[in-house]
Design a protein around this ligand. Structure first.
Ligand SMILES: Cc1ncc(COP(=O)(O)O)c(C=O)c1O
Length: 428
């Protein structure tokens, strides 16, 4: 489900023509639908309702403060991985018990900040981190709640760069070491071990992959409980899919059908950390065609968005559906974006950045476009603006939130001055 729909040949977000938004705020422009965020959150909450989970939106995928406020109002907590993300969620007034903090390389400063904020759960990823945390907790005179992030050794069958749950990845603690660590700190007065955390990758399109990981976690939980240790929390991470190519991702219900029976009646507080499944198709990137040119048999559509705005195609060979915002008379009225028609031309959609890896699509069939036309790059709400850079000294794009009739600029376009703002360092 998303609220980007064509009416009268115009792509609209919750009824607002993207052409008007581009004229008002310029391009490249991220446009988000508030209703789509809310609907995805509600579907997940409903699907997993039997477990009464704490849903902690994964801030990294789309961290704008307005998006965080919107999800907090839906009842979401937050999954964070840095001091910067902690700063964001505290800035919107998140109660600390709704924050879970993962991350393979937390610094001492970040641990201090988490303890000072009384973060609800620290997901620890190594023995060294737990030792450092225990010392810091003593200094702060607090007893933080902790889960151990385990390596379930499950291949999520996703891109190598976003697979996180095998023993070849840097994340988490091998099961045998996690058991020993749990025993070592189980009775510690410095930290309160509450349970386990796993996140196997992203996106995970086979719900059975979760089942494999969760069964391994449950085995360890049973062992530890049999030894008299307290284990009352299981954080099963994120990674639930989003529709990139048509309706290609399992629904929230499909994940829940596999996961809920495994965890029902286990006496566990369950935490979910969804990001992409909530944010991805709540956002599109609107870009303007600058030039169209050919080289041999290749046709290049040069647009004003680039790997600066959306690095996923360059980084993961990710597919994003791209189509003109103004579909105009060129396509039939009853057409829908998944339904190709005659007259399409194969082209590469490329950006202005000085890298051959700077493309949004390769060999894509598009209607004929000309300079000045607007294109919408779909399913760009997660890991889009969040990964934006200023490479080539290009100011970052603006972000707009559409909420019913209301349009809100939730991040202004950066200026050239923004590019050098952090370089105004006084001489020593
Ligand atoms: C620990 C953890 N939780 C949750 C997520 C969110 O994943 P997704 O956006 O695919 O739901 C990530 C993503 O990298 C993660 O590392």
């Amino acid at each position: 489900m998303n609220r980007f729909e064509y009416h009268d040949g115009q792509l609209r977000c919750e009824g607002q023509p993207l052409r008007d938004l581009a004229a008002r705020f310029g391009t490249p422009l991220y446009v988000y639908s508030a209703e789509t965020f809310r609907t995805h959150f509600a579907r997940l909450a409903h699907a997993f309702g039997a477990l009464q989970p704490r849903i902690c939106y994964s801030v990294k995928c789309c961290p704008n403060l307005d998006i965080l406020r919107l999800l907090a109002a839906c009842g979401s907590g937050f999954d964070i991985v840095s001091g910067g993300e902690l700063f964001r969620v505290l800035r919107i007034g998140t109660p600390p018990d709704r924050i879970v903090f993962a991350g393979v390389g937390k610094t001492e400063r970040e641990i201090d900040e988490a303890l000072a904020a009384r973060v609800g759960l620290l997901n620890v990823e190594s023995a060294g981190e737990l030792e450092l945390l225990a010392r810091a907790a003593q200094r702060h005179a607090v007893t933080p709640d902790v889960a151990l992030r385990i390596i379930p050794d499950v291949d999520a069958k996703t891109h190598a760069y976003t697979t996180t749950g095998t023993r070849h990845n840097k994340f988490g603690i091998p099961l045998d070491q996690a058991a020993d660590l749990y025993r070592r700190f189980g009775a510690s007065p410095l930290v309160r071990l509450r349970g386990l955390h796993l996140h196997i990758g992203s996106p995970v399109s086979d719900p059975e992959r979760y089942a494999l990981g969760i069964r391994r976690a449950l085995q360890l939980i049973d062992t530890l409980r049999a030894e008299g240790l307290t284990v009352d929390t299981l954080d099963i991470g994120g990674g639930y899919g989003a529709h990139y190519v048509g309706d290609d991702a399992p629904s929230a219900d499909a994940y829940a059908q596999v996961i809920v029976p495994l965890l029902a009646d286990r006496g566990l507080r369950v935490i979910l950390e969804p990001g992409r499944s909530i944010a991805a198709n709540a956002g599109v990137l609107v870009t303007r065609v600058l030039y169209v040119k050919t080289s041999g048999r290749r046709r290049f559509v040069v647009v004003d968005a680039s790997m600066n705005e959306l690095i996923r195609p360059a980084l993961y060979s990710a597919y994003h559906f791209i189509w003109p915002v103004d579909a105009g008379p060129r396509i039939p009225q009853d057409w829908s974006p998944n339904q190709p028609f005659d007259g399409l031309r194969r082209c590469d959609v490329v950006g202005p950045v000085c890298e051959s890896g700077d493309f949004l699509a390769k060999g894509r069939r598009l209607p004929p476009v000309q300079p000045g036309d607007l294109l919408a790059v779909h399913t760009a709400g997660a890991y889009g603006m969040a990964m934006a850079s200023q490479y080539n000294s290009r100011p970052r794009a603006a972000e707009v939130l559409v909420d019913g009739g209301a349009v809100r600029l939730m991040r202004r376009r950066e200026t050239y001055e923004d590019l050098i703002a952090a370089e105004h360092v006084p001489p020593e």
